[in-house]
Design a protein around this ligand. Structure first.
Ligand code: ADP
Ligand code: MG
Length: 309
């Protein structure tokens, strides 16, 4: 049996602007059909998923209801998002497996990912989260709660948090244990709940860990054969969105690093995927960036952006 880490992007969880739980379940069901098809090809799977829109809505709901019930801290919103997204994936995976005459345990694990307190991103938080505020409200929040507030493209003030790199997956031993038990595992959702080492153990922090980096870390840790990052596009491209756009097929680590240096991949979207793919390829394994509907064909080596292997 080969091992694969599949990182699911936003479009694998919610298509269009359907933000309802029912809409998400619908999309996740379709996504899990692809994952089940991958499993049919003799792969053990660990699933990582994004949570950007979901955590945003949980926070929005909480902040909007602040006069009725206390606002949830951001790390708790992350835990909540892992719970309900994981739940949808669990239910859908069981269905897709059953359809194929398979019965396997499917579990999602609330996962804490340790980040470095001294990660440079904490000095300059850039990731906007939650609702918009007026300048006065923003100043009050900064004074009262110590939030970093920034003006967001003329639309108002927003809280920004750091986007540190994952250092360690706290539940890694449990993850390895579950995978040897034939479990289909959903872990590191939303990149994991960011925590730092405190005097008395782990403490949640308000930050966003990129799920592509956490998926890469996971893939290394469990010695996966393939890291598959599924997103909206079939291939990463150079000169993206320009008339001379060129989609990338099989590329070397050296090529990929050159394209990164030339600035071809947008920060916060394609860049972390290519960086994660390069890091994994350097361990001698294969990383694939492609779209959900091309996952199988890409696994057969016929499409996608492929680095290493
Ligand atoms: P996900 O939710 O899967 O993480 P993102 O929106 O974060 O998805 O990243 C994927 C998006 O990155 C693509 O849909 C595309 O619009 C954008 N993108 C930016 N730069 C590139 C590039 N060089 N090649 C391909 N896509 C790119
Ligand atoms: Mg993303």
């Amino acid at each position: 049996m080969k091992k694969i880490v599949i990182a699911l992007g936003g479009n694998a969880l919610q298509s269009g602007n359907v933000a309802t739980a029912e809409g998400q379940l619908e999309t996740v069901k379709a996504t899990c059909e692809y994952v089940a098809e991958i499993m049919e090809r003799d792969y053990e799977v660990a699933i990582v998923h994004g949570n950007g829109p979901q955590i945003g809505r949980i926070l929005l709901a909480s902040e909007t209801a602040k006069d009725v019930t206390p606002v949830m801290p951001f790390d708790v919103c992350g835990a909540m998002s892992q719970g309900y997204i994981g739940y949808h994936i669990q239910q859908s995976m069981l269905q897709s497996l059953k359809k194929r005459g398979k019965s396997r345990p499917v579990v999602s694990l609330v996962t804490q990912v340790v980040v470095d307190k001294n990660d440079p991103s904490f000095q300059n938080p850039t990731k906007p989260i939650g609702v918009f505020y007026t300048k006065e409200e923003a100043d009050a929040l900064a004074a009262e709660k110590g939030y970093t507030m920034k003006e967001d493209a003329g639309r108002g003030w927003r809280r920004v948090v750091a986007s540190p790199l994952p250092q360690r997956i706290n539940e890694i031993d449990t993850i390895k244990y579950l995978l040897t038990g034939n479990t289909v595992l959903i872990t590191c959702g939303g990149g994991g709940i960011p925590v730092v080492e405190g005097a008395n153990g782990l403490e949640g922090v308000a930050a966003v860990i990129d799920k592509d980096f956490s998926a890469e870390k996971l893939a290394e840790e469990i010695d996966a054969d393939v890291l598959m990052i599924l997103t909206e596009v079939e291939k990463a491209a150079i000169n993206f969105g320009k008339p001379n756009q060129e989609n990338l097929g099989e590329i070397t680590v050296v090529d990929a690093e050159k394209y990164i240096a030339e600035g071809h991949f947008a920060a916060g979207s394609m860049l972390p995927k290519v960086q994660a793919a390069v890091k994994f390829a350097k361990t001698g394994k294969k990383a694939i960036i492609t779209s959900l509907d091309k996952a199988i064909v890409a696994l057969e080596g016929k499409t996608g952006t492929v680095i290493g292997g």
